[in-house]
Design a protein around this ligand. Structure first.
Ligand SMILES: [Zn+2]
Ligand SMILES: [Zn+2]
Length: 267
């Protein structure tokens, strides 16, 4: 299903094809094992060494209930699309989100985003991917671009790190260039849902034709899915045949995702 990648794309987050791919994959695994041995991650909730979230803490995480709207993950009593998504004529084919943005997931994401713990990307991508169907077929994995000012401020784009891990797992090209963010938008969390689609409308542009392509967008946290929807529309305008999105967690709409006080982080 995946086509040959042009030079600006990265196969499986690292290399393109054939034996070079398996060598690079082995190197990647060996490097990760070494980093993990030297700097074992600690559970963001309790501090136990071993993983971004240890198994006992992960068991307390809230999974989003099913049945749910396939476009925004809100709970439903019947069907697969909620009235609000129908009204907004959402174009996203499927939004996959396993967890609610509450502890311990919230603590792990805060460490990842605000405490510069980039190595948590592998564990968090694994957790996010628990929401994907095993037979999902995509041609490209694309991170949601951050506003450039936010990326400069943070020094990296956490969605891109997650997307690279997801691409590697799906053995699929990662494309960080096809989608650009045209303008900075006020944080979505400060707006009521009705205004969020307006806030991000036209904020993204896809830079080349994507006729017939199946694309998986990746972000860390979503609230109403309005940002993902705006990115979806940009990709669909250039001919993408199917656009899904994967995020690790969804916030309650009324809650603000503000950067935590550094003293609250388990560093
Ligand atoms: Zn723990
Ligand atoms: Zn919905």
């Amino acid at each position: 299903m995946a086509k040959l990648a042009p030079p600006n794309r990265i196969w499986g987050g690292a290399v393109r094809c054939g034996s070079a791919k398996s060598v690079a994959a082995s190197l990647h695994t060996a490097t990760r094992a070494l980093v993990a041995a030297l700097f074992p991650p600690r559970c963001a909730a309790c501090g136990r060494p071993g993983a971004a979230i240890c198994q006992p803490c992960l068991a307390t995480a809230t999974r989003l209930p099913h049945p749910q709207c396939r476009q925004c993950t809100r709970p439903l009593t019947y069907g697969d699309q909620c009235a609000r998504c129908r009204l907004e004529q959402r174009r996203i084919n499927h939004l996959y989100v396993p967890y609610a943005y509450t502890p311990p997931i919230l603590q792990a994401v805060h460490r990842f985003k605000y405490a510069n713990k980039r190595y948590l990307a592998a564990d968090l991508a694994n957790l996010a991917m628990s929401a994907l169907p095993p037979d999902l077929q995509v041609d490209l994995v694309v991170p949601i671009p951050l506003a450039s000012s936010r990326e400069r401020q943070r020094g990296y784009n956490q969605g891109r790190l997650l997307a690279a891990e997801v691409a590697r797992h799906l053995d699929c090209p990662l494309d960080c260039d096809v989608l650009i963010r045209l303008r900075d938008t006020p944080p979505q969390t400060s707006l009521p849902r009705a205004r969020r689609l307006d806030n991000v409308r036209g904020a993204f542009r896809a830079l080349r034709k994507l006729s017939g392509t199946r694309i998986l967008l990746v972000d860390d946290v979503t609230t109403t899915g309005a940002t993902i929807e705006a990115a979806t529309r940009a990709l669909r305008r250039r001919g993408a045949a199917w656009v899904g999105a994967l995020a690790l967690a969804r916030t309650p709409e009324e809650r603000f995702d503000v950067p935590p006080n550094p003293s609250d982080l388990l560093l």
